[in-house]
Design a protein around this ligand. Structure first.
Ligand code: FES
Ligand SMILES: [Fe+2]
Length: 370
């Protein structure tokens, strides 16, 4: 039996992922290949490359990628690697670009990734070489899709379509005004966690820790008001009594709020007056970068009349997210102990976090019990 098999057991008997999946670089490499290397994950936010000619270098678990807003307004992604001698093409965001020129020998690519210029490739003053076809040496594209303001990529290219991946969540959220959310004019919320990326996800999935870690939030929306949400590609919890404050325009049902992790790396919160997305970026086995953005309904997303309401909203979520940092880092430290055996789950309160463990274990090759 492999060490992950017991993660797939029924929750009463299951263990969590063993400690080495949080601490060892070999496990991080496995995840790079089998989780982030296959299937969709969120790479960035589209509004960071808002205008044609905007370029953004992004790293995904060490894989250098380049996001581009093309002249026709589409978003494309390429491996950020020159096809000549493999230099990383772009190190910093750039704006107003029509091409990317490699700093080593000056090869230039257009924003659709086509190799356009190869100076002196055939000798001084000769920009062509016999047998060399530029069309064979364009930037290597990465499959890309956008939902709301979130840019998703599928590095391997073999996953089912993004629409198919998102459909169950869109069904779950048919009562939320998804189509009317717009990125809010508010600073992103950023954290660096001294913890493995999975701890940020599994902590987010469950409401069980609410009374102890988020006593303020628990007063607005208490543990008793929460219900678990478990699906194939996401899990989390909802609250029946989220109290919308009335500072922002709101659609229909004012008390509905749901919080799910869309596997592997997006923590989403849907309300009827706002939405947030936190992108989880695994930097090392014990280091994770989090970046959260807010959305409001169309009329409130940028209007200065709502600027204060937006900044209060941002401050409230920043505080809640900050409350999780210490506990998540302490879970990481606990996983360095030889006594940690993967732990266990509450059969009632931990169903969403167990669902995430199961998903990870299955991606890493665990086999279903017979
Ligand atoms: S490595 Fe890029 S032009 Fe030579
Ligand atoms: Fe929390």
């Amino acid at each position: 039996m492999n060490e992950l098999a017991s993660v797939l057991w029924p929750i009463e008997a299951a263990s969590g992922l063993p400690g080495r999946y949080y601490t060892e670089s070999s496990a991080f490499d496995e995840e790079r290949q089998r989780i982030f290397g296959r299937g969709w994950f969120c790479l960035a936010f589209a509004s960071d490359i808002a205008a044609p000619g905007d370029l953004l270098p992004v790293e995904a678990m060490g894989t250098a990628l380049l996001l581009v807003r093309t002249a026709d307004g589409n978003i494309r992604c390429f491996h950020n690697v020159c096809r000549h001698r493999g230099v990383r093409l772009l190190e910093k965001p750039a704006r107003g670009m029509r091409a990317v020129r490699c700093p080593y020998h000056g090869w230039a690519y257009d924003l659709d990734g086509r190799l356009r210029a190869t100076p002196h490739i055939g000798g001084v003053g000769h920009h062509q070489a016999p047998g060399f076809r530029k069309s064979d040496r364009g930037l290597i594209p990465v499959r890309t899709g956008v939902w709301l303001d979130m840019v998703f990529v599928d590095l391997h290219g073999g996953a089912p379509g993004l629409a198919e991946w998102l459909a169950p969540l869109q069904r779950q959220w048919r009562d939320f005004p998804l189509a009317h959310y717009r990125p809010a004019d508010a600073e992103p919320i950023r954290f660096r966690l001294n913890a493995n990326w999975k701890l940020a996800v599994e902590n987010y999935c469950e409401a069980y820790h609410l009374p102890w870690v988020h006593s303020g939030l628990n007063r607005i929306s208490s543990l008793a008001d929460h219900y678990p949400i478990v699906d194939t590609a996401f899990s989390g919890q909802g609250s029946r009594h989220y109290a919308v404050r009335g500072e922002l325009p709101c659609a229909a049902d004012r008390t509905l709020a749901e919080y799910v992790a869309l596997y592997p790396n997006l923590l989403l919160g849907a309300h009827t007056d706002h939405f947030f997305a936190m992108r989880i970026d695994p930097a090392a086995p014990d280091l994770t970068v989090e970046e959260a953005r807010l959305w409001c309904l169309e009329e409130a997303a940028a209007d200065s009349a709502y600027a204060e309401a937006r900044s209060r909203l941002r401050a409230r979520w920043e505080e809640v997210f900050r409350e999780d940092v210490d506990i998540v880092e302490r879970m990481q430290r606990g996983r360095q102990s030889p006594a940690f055996d993967g732990g266990c789950f509450s059969p009632v309160m931990d169903t969403p976090s167990h669902a995430f463990h199961r998903w990870v274990a299955a991606r890493l090759g665990a086999e279903e019990p017979a």
